[in-house]
Design a protein around this ligand. Sequence first.
Ligand code: 3H9
Length: 719
Amino acid sequence: MAQYARTKGSIALITLTNPPVNALSAAVRKGITEAVARAFKDTRVKAVVLCGENGKFCGGADIREFAKAMSGPPLVPMIHAIEAGEKPVVAAIEEMALGGGLELALGCHYRVAHAKARLGLPEVTLGLLPAAGGTQRLPRLTGIPAALDLITTGRHISAQEALKLGIVDRVTEGNAVEAAVELALSVVGRPLAPRRLSNHATPLPADLDGVFEEVLVQVKRRARGAMAPVACAKAVRAAAELPYSRGLECERELMNTLFTSGQARALQYCFFAQRAAGKWSLPNGARWDNSRPRAVHTAGVIGLGTMGRGIAVCLVKAGISVVAVETEEKQLDSGRRAVRGMLERDAKRRGVTAPLHMITFTLSMQQLRDVDLVIEAVFEDMALKKSVFAELSRVCRPNALLCTNTSGLDVDELASVTDRPPLVVGMHFFAPAHVMKLLEVICGPRSSPETVATAMTLGKRLGKVSVAVGNCPGFVGNRMLKLYLDQAHFLLEEGASPEQVDQALEEFGFALGIFKVADLSGLDIGWRVRKAAGLIGPDVDPKFPSRHRQGRRYCPLPDLLCEQGRLGQKSGRGWYLYDSAGGKEARPDPAISSFLQEYRLRYGISARRITEQEVVERCVFVLANEGFRILEDGMAAAPEDIDMVYVFGYGWPRHRGGPMFHAAQVGLATVLQRLEFYHRQNPDIPHLQPSTLLRRLVGARSPPMQQWKQHIRSINSQL
Ligand code: 3H9
């Protein structure tokens, strides 16, 4: 797992060999340890170069081994032996040096990177810290502020930035291994002590306390309740205050706490679940690895509202030429201005020229005749979407793919008005579409494997996490969201305030509480959906709207708010109060408090004290409960897919893995018992009734998630 060769007579070339990313598995660590010892012993060898097979240096520790008992030589002494050696060791960094890979490179005496290489210490994203000396060597090299930034965010940096920070000694456009060999030859005989980072004193900023205070505030705000960023900052502080060996002890202790925490397990689960989501399959046997995607060079976007604008920006940024269509000059103009503005701001941030030439704005659908694929993003109205799809059938090339950005309408019904149902698929983006990572790819019963493969691959090219889901109302994400929102509304009826519910959810780790999210999205969106679903209509008494509709409990509170013109941020008032229309700062509104009191009085509801535990359990367990139903219905292929929808599309705290992972962590028996309890209290809320699959899993003694599907009685996979 580490090949040894001699080159140019006196250089030992050690190649890490563990595809696909040369992760530091037990076998690789053993290979490196033995190869380095051999090179140090061989008198013909004057210097050593470390590199990775297939043009990749190293992706870090082997994450797959974290769940197993530790075996093989540990990293810390291995890296220490390299650094302490009496022959210069040079790391040749091609493509990547991440995590333990960069720590290994920091233990070498010199580092050469290819210009396209990415470097970083992303352990924090796995709930860990760089525990192979990274938290102690990096600050000694770059100083505290840069090390804190890299270690607490885990961001990857370019070779050029690494050069500026002093992390690498040279950057080459040519062959990094050859450049490293040249460097190694040139430094033979030079003193090595100054090159050993563990010997260095850490350069200290003038206001050490101030720097750490500021970082702690930042990390706590960014990752609510996540332990790893805080531990990372503490480990770096040790590098500032303690000698290297004691700092290393501190690093180890902090790592031990993190390693065994539920958060690290959740984040590592997310790492693999994110990658598993790309490996889709359909009931007809078509899969990610046997279906070929089409090449997409040009795309059409119909509708330049919020969603269409973001989608157009993503496509252009991915190098795809776009034809953007609107129906009226005014909308076209404001869409054009918005899209250009977003592209220009993005280009300025990255120091490049905005690719404005790649997008054409038009009022004519005819301009779509040559595109490879169209994404429709018009108003969420079935009749309107059908007319667009019928028109697209007439205008587009017969083999062009037709995609809809609907957030919940029947994709197959839309396909039925076209001349090409197999080429129709849902591509559900999340607002803002150029920022949010999730893409739900809705596979209609007639979508062809090639169509699904193209949509999934296009999503990846746009930098999204694409998750294949079945065609049911709301698909996966919004189907679950509806029930989560319902619980939040019921809690208001029963005695909670919007800020109390939001605070409990934010403490749990959600990026934003549900009422803040509702205000941000606009309360009228749900209002329109409820009207379309027949839940609001002329038969509803406007003075005393019923709290039971379509056979179950219904909360009219959000409708009453919309009737008052409180539509959320856009109107300056919603569940919260804002400084002005479009304001962002949410303040509790005494008017909402009186509104809720009057409402409860009118319906004879006596407000009760609602605990944080109840808020979280009802909101979060109802999500998982519906997730089990989605699995039973065959609308998601695996619990991991449901979790990725929530992590990347709905602000679910990543360090809690996702609603399904969280249910498994809490214990399925506990989830079942709490749902039964809440359902007994609220028999008119059917979604609190535990799902059949949850009951069956508890009956089977809560098997691991990978086995859940075996307990579905008849799998009716739509995927
Ligand atoms: C660490 O180093 C701790 C240390 O401080 C030591 C403490 C003592 N291990 O992402 P991709 C697999 S923690 C095992 O699709 P890309 C991945 O699962 C580690 N497997 O490709 C996938 O497998 P499959 C710190 C790994 O080109 C395949 O490789 N390092 C590892 O889009 C391809 O992956 C990190 O956090 C790994 N370390 O992106 C880096 N890495 O084909 C984590 C990847 O079966 N890795 N795999 O699905 C990454 O960020 C990306 O994978 C990378 C490549 C940028 C490297």
